[in-house]
Design a protein around this ligand. Structure first.
Ligand SMILES: [Fe+2]
Ligand SMILES: [Fe+2]
Length: 264
């Protein structure tokens, strides 16, 4: 079973550039084409689907995202990020209402749990007792793969670590004694992993722009803004589960030369 993770697409209106440089609709269309070539069994979008939390007109951006993602051959699960609104995301993807947008399902003996870490008005994420019920309801024993937008701990990134996560200690207690293979996240716009609470917290590269890992802390940045971002070739993270072992690969889906045959 192959689960493909994409994250941080930051959809804007069609044709509108993100940060003046990235075309999210065109990027998502390229991602969908790549995913359909790869052929995963499931696609998980770990949030910041759209760039709408600070805008009144968020709904059209979700309509664009939903329209493009409807081209996916594989089933899709989505989690909200801090730039999303639950109302916009839920309405566009068939889960209307103001409730949390998590998921929990089992596939080939692997429990997949998606946790909703959006806290409106905050850049950092939050887990509360209500949201953790989804995880606590999973029977003890058996491997678990958790998806969430925000890493639950600092990631060694001076800039992004300035937006703390609330509820990390409760999550650590909830996974204690369980076989949590990893916590797959997005949000930090960087390919970075950290060992935490007996598991691995792994942030996937963003499908928009990356934040350099050496960005200075917020307080040390001119005007409190990050110094800059980079636009890199699109990458997709693949979680391959063979019924016993999870293998994780990050594949660059374009702007790669080859593969070339080895010379004899
Ligand atoms: Fe993001
Ligand atoms: Fe985010």
């Amino acid at each position: 079973m192959r689960i493909a993770q994409i994250t941080d697409t930051h959809m804007r209106a069609r044709g509108e550039l993100w940060k003046g440089r990235v075309d999210p609709a065109a990027t998502l269309a390229r991602l969908v084409a790549a995913l359909n070539r790869i052929g995963p069994d499931l696609v998980v979008h770990t949030g910041d689907v759209a760039d709408s939390a600070d805008r009144e007109d968020g709904a059209p951006q979700y309509a664009v995202a939903a329209d493009i993602l409807s081209g996916l051959k594989a089933p899709l699960r989505l989690l909200p990020g801090n730039h999303d609104t639950r109302a916009g995301l839920g309405a566009a993807f068939g889960r209307p209402g103001d409730g949390f947008l998590g998921f929990s399902e089992e596939a080939r003996g692997l429990r997949l749990v998606g946790l909703d870490t959006l806290e409106p008005g905050r850049t950092g994420g939050r887990l509360c007792a209500d949201r953790l019920k989804l995880l606590e309801a999973v029977p003890q024993g058996g491997p678990v793969l958790i998806f969430m937008h925000h890493p639950p701990c600092p990631m060694g990134l001076p800039f992004m670590d300035g937006f703390p996560f609330e509820g990390g200690a409760a999550l650590a207690r909830a996974i204690a004694g369980r076989e949590v293979l990893r916590i797959a996240c997005g949000h930090v716009h960087a390919d970075v992993e950290r060992h935490w609470a007996g598991t691995l917290v792994s942030a996937a590269p963003a499908a928009s722009a990356q934040l350099p890992v050496d960005l200075p802390a917020f307080a040390e940045s001119p005007r409190g803004l990050p110094a800059g971002f980079t636009v890199e070739p699109l990458r997709i993270r693949l979680h391959d589960w063979d019924g016993a072992t999870l293998t994780v690969k990050t594949v660059m889906v374009e702007a790669v030369e080859g593969p070339f045959p080895f010379p004899p």
